[in-house]
Design a protein around this ligand. Structure first.
Ligand code: 6R9
Length: 637
C-alpha cells in the first residue's frame, strides 16, 4: 500500500504548502507523484505544452500499461482484497465479490478474447453495456492490449449509438443480451441490431448473457462472451504503451452539432485520477467506496474504475436505480456492504430527499465516513439534507467540480482536511490553476476580494483530454479560443474573499438535466426532423428534482397542427434520436422565436420566460422581433 500513504495530504497546512509547490514547479511536483507508479520505462520529459496550438503532452517517452498499475501491482500486496463488489438490480439476486486476483485473471482472459476477435493496439472497441463487472473487465482488457475503449451509456438510443460507433470507427461492439433497471427490461442487443442496420464500421459483436432470454444472433458477426472465453489462455502480457497513447474516447454533448469524442491518454490520466482520488476521498485500505454514477459517464470511468483500482481500494458497483424495489435501496446497500465513501449526484439526493425519512431510519449508516457530490451545483437545501440525514453531520461532503474534458477532479475539498460549506466546491487540487475572467476576458487576479466570472484553467494538468477524436480543430475552437492561452470550462464561478470557488453553472448552450449534459443543438435538430416543425429552441428551467428540466419552443409550419398528440410525436422523435433523457418536460408552440439581427435565437430571454422570471428581461434592443415576446409570455406553460 505504499502508494496510498505517500500520496495523501494529511493537513490543511500541508495542502497549502503542496499547492504552492505544485504551481511554482509543476514538473517537479508531478514527477514525484508519477514516480509512485509502475513504468516499463521512465519518461524523458515531464511536460510540454502550447495552449495556442493546442498541444499538451505529459511524461513523454514514458512506457507503461495502466492495467499493470490497476491489477498486477496489487497482486503482490493484496491479491485477496475485493477489487469490485457488485450489487444487482434485483435485491434477491446474489451480489458478486471479485478480488484483485480474480479481476486480473478475468481481464487477461478477455484480453485474449479481444485479440482472438482481431483487435489490435490502437483499434477502437465500443462498449454498450449495463452496470455489470464485465463492463470493467472489457475496459481493462482493451487497455491491456492497447485498444481504445469507447463506452456508450446504455441509456442512449440506437441512433446515438450508431453515430458514436461510426465517429470512432469502432471495429468491435461489446454488449449484453438485455438487463433490468428497476422494473424495466432493456433489450440492449435489439438496440444494437437497430444501430447496426445501416452502414457501420463494426465487424464483430460480443454478447454477454446477463439474463437467460434468447436474442437474435447474426451469423459470422455475433458471438457469445462465454463461448469466446472457452477458446483462450488465462495469461495475457500487458502491451507496452506510450504515456501519450490514447486510453479511451468518451463522448460528451457539445453546445453545437454532434457529440465530441474526448480523447484521454494513458500516463497523465493514470497519475491524475489516482492523485485526485487519494486526496479528495482520503481512502484507507479497508474501506468500501461506492460511486453511484454510471460507467457510461466520466465519473464512472475515473472514480468507479480507474481511480479506485489504481489506488487498490474496493469499488462498489450497482446495477439498479435508487427507487427499486423502493426508495430505501441506496441506504440498504450502504448498510449491506458497510460503505465508507458514498459519492453521488445532486439530482439523486434531491429525489431521495422527497421520500419519507423512514426509508433511511430502517438502515444503519454508521459505516459512512465521507460523502461526495458531482455533476452539477448542489443547492443549499440538498446539501443540508445530505449532511444531516445521511452523514449525520459527521461526514465531510466533498463537492467535486470537474468535467469529462478534465478527466480528474479539479476543484474540491479534501475530505476531513478542507473546511466545507454548502454550494462551494472550495479550493483547487494541487496542480490545478483556475482563473476567473471578466467579460473582457481579463483575469480577475485574487486579491482577497469577492469576484464572479467565467472559469478557465491557466496551465495543463495530467488528466486533461488531449483532443477531440478526428477533430482537433473543434478541440481548439471549443476550449482554447474563447480566452487564448487558457482552457475555457464553459462554466461560470463565484470566488469568495477567502479564495473558495462556487460554481454557478454553464455559461454556454449546455443544460444539465439530472446531472447529464445535454447540448441544446442536437435536441433542436431532433425536433426539427418532424415534418410539421419549422424551427425550435430548447432551454433549461429550474426543476426541483432534476436541477434543470427542458422547455421546448416550437414553430410549426401550420399553427393549426398544434396538439398534444404532436407533442408526443416530438418527444418520440427525441427519444429515438438521442434518448429519453433529452425529452423536454414542456413544449410550447409559438409563432416566432426571439432573434437577434444576426439571426441568433435569444435563448437568454427564452430561459427567463421558461423560468417564469419575466420581471426583467434585460436588453431586448438587439432583437429583430421584440414584439413577439408578450405573446410567448402569455402562452407560457
Ligand atoms: C464530472 C462531470 C461537466 C459539467 C461542468 C459543470 C457541471 C460537474 C459540478 C458541476 C457544479 C459541481 N458540474 N460537477 N457544477 N458543481 N460539483 O459531471 O462531467 O458530465 O462532463 O459535466 O457539470 O457545469 O462543466 P460532465
Amino acid at each position: 500500500m505504499e502508494i496510498k500513504n505517500d500520496l495523501q495530504i494529511k493537513s490543511f497546512a500541508e495542502y497549502k504548502k503542496v499547492y504552492k509547490q505544485s504551481t511554482e514547479n509543476p514538473e517537479e511536483f508531478w514527477n514525484q507523484v508519477a514516480e509512485k507508479f509502475t513504468w516499463k520505462k521512465r519518461w524523458d520529459n515531464t511536460l510540454a505544452y502550447d495552449f495556442n496550438k493546442p498541444e499538451v503532452s505529459w511524461f513523454s517517452g514514458g512506457k507503461l500499461n495502466i492495467t499493470e498499475n490497476c491489477l498486477d501491482r496489487h497482486l503482490k500486496t493484496q491479491p485477496n482484497r475485493n477489487a469490485i463488489i457488485w450489487e444487482p438490480n434485483n435485491p434477491n439476486e446474489e451480489s458478486r465479490h471479485i478480488t484483485y486476483r480474480q479481476l486480473y485473471v478475468k481481464v487477461c482472459q478477455f484480453a485474449n478474447v479481444l485479440k482472438n476477435n482481431g483487435i489490435k493496439k490502437g483499434d477502437r472497441v465500443c462498449l454498450y453495456m449495463p452496470m455489470i463487472p464485465e463492463l470493467v473487465v472489457a475496459m481493462l482488457a482493451c487497455a491491456r492490449i492497447g485498444a481504445i475503449h469507447s463506452v456508450v451509456f446504455a441509456g442512449f438510443s440506437s441512433t446515438a449509438l450508431s453515430s458514436r460507433i461510426n465517429d470512432s470507427s469502432s471495429k468491435l461492439l461489446i454488449t449484453a443480451n438485455e438487463y433490468y433497471r428497476g422494473t424495466k427490461a432493456i433489450p440492449l442487443k435489439e438496440i444494437c441490431d437497430e444501430a447496426l442496420k445501416n452502414y457501420n464500421t463494426i465487424e464483430k459483436v460480443i454478447v454477454y448473457r446477463r439474463t437467460i432470454n434468447e436474442v437474435s444472433m447474426q451469423k459470422n458477426r455475433d458471438v457469445y462472451w462465454f463461448d469466446e472465453l472457452q477458446k483462450v489462455d488465462l495469461e495475457a502480457p500487458a502491451e507496452t504503451m506510450d504515456a501519450e497513447d490514447p486510453l479511451f474516447i468518451l463522448y460528451t454533448s457539445g453546445s453545437t452539432g454532434k457529440p465530441k469524442g474526448m480523447v484521454h491518454t494513458t500516463g497523465g490520466y493514470m497519475v491524475g485520477t489516482t492523485y485526485s482520488f487519494q486526496n479528495v476521498f482520503q481512502p484507507e485500505p479497508e474501506d468500501r467506496y461506492w460511486c453511484t454514477a454510471d460507467i457510461g459517464w466520466i465519473t464512472g470511468h475515473s472514480y468507479i474504475v480507474y481511480g479506485p483500482l489504481l489506488a487498490g481500494v474496493t469499488s462498489v458497483m450497482f446495477e439498479g436505480v435508487p427507487s427499486y424495489p423502493d426508495y430505501g435501496r441506496f441506504w440498504e446497500i450502504i448498510e449491506k456492504f458497510k460503505i465508507t465513501h458514498f459519492y453521488t449526484a445532486p439530482t439523486a439526493i434531491r429525489s431521495l430527499a422527497k421520500q419519507p425519512l423512514s426509508h433511511i431510519e430502517k438502515h444503519n449508516l454508521n459505516s459512512l465516513k465521507v460523502l461526495g457530490s458531482v455533476g452539477e451545483p448542489i443547492n443549499e437545501e440538498a446539501w443540508h439534507w445530505f449532511n444531516d440525514n445521511i452523514g449525520k453531520s459527521h461526514c465531510p461532503i466533498v463537492d467535486t467540480w470537474w468535467q469529462t474534458e478534465t478527466g480528474s477532479i479539479m476543484i474540491s475539498p479534501l475530505a476531513g482536511i478542507t473546511s466545507t460549506r454548502p454550494c462551494f466546491a472550495s479550493l483547487p487540487l494541487p496542480g490545478v490553476q483556475p482563473a476567473l475572467l471578466d467579460e473582457n476576458g481579463k483575469e480577475i487576479i485574487f486579491n482577497g476580494q469577492k469576484a464572479e466570472g467565467s472559469l478557465a484553467i491557466k496551465a495543463p494538468w495530467p488528466a486533461m483530454a488531449r483532443t477531440v477524436w478526428n477533430d482537433h480543430q473543434r478541440y481548439k475552437d471549443v476550449y482554447f479560443s474563447a480566452y487564448p492561452g487558457m482552457y475555457f470550462t464553459g462554466d461560470g464561478a463565484y470566488r469568495d474573499a477567502t479564495g473558495n470557488y462556487r460554481i454557478t453553472g454553464r455559461v454556454d448552450d449546455v443544460v444539465i438535466v439530472s446531472g447529464h449534459n445535454l447540448g441544446t443543438a442536437p435536441i433542436e435538430n431532433a425536433i426539427n426532423e418532424h415534418e410539421k416543425v419549422a424551427e425550435s429552441a430548447i432551454v433549461g428551467y429550474p426543476h426541483e428534482v432534476k436541477g434543470n428540466a427542458l422547455y421546448a419552443y416550437v414553430i410549426l409550419f401550420n399553427p393549426d397542427d398544434a396538439s398534444d398528440e404532436l407533442r408526443q410525436e416530438i418527444k418520440q422523435e427525441i427519444t429515438r434520436t438521442i434518448g429519453a433523457i433529452a425529452k423536454p418536460d414542456k413544449i410550447q408552440f409559438v409563432k416566432e422565436l426571439p432573434k437577434t439581427r444576426s439571426g441568433k435565437i435569444m435563448r437568454r430571454i427564452l430561459r427567463k420566460i421558461a423560468s417564469k422570471d419575466v420581471s426583467n428581461l434585460g436588453d431586448t434592443s438587439t432583437l429583430l422581433n421584440g414584439n413577439i415576446i408578450d405573446d410567448i409570455i402569455q402562452n407560457t406553460i
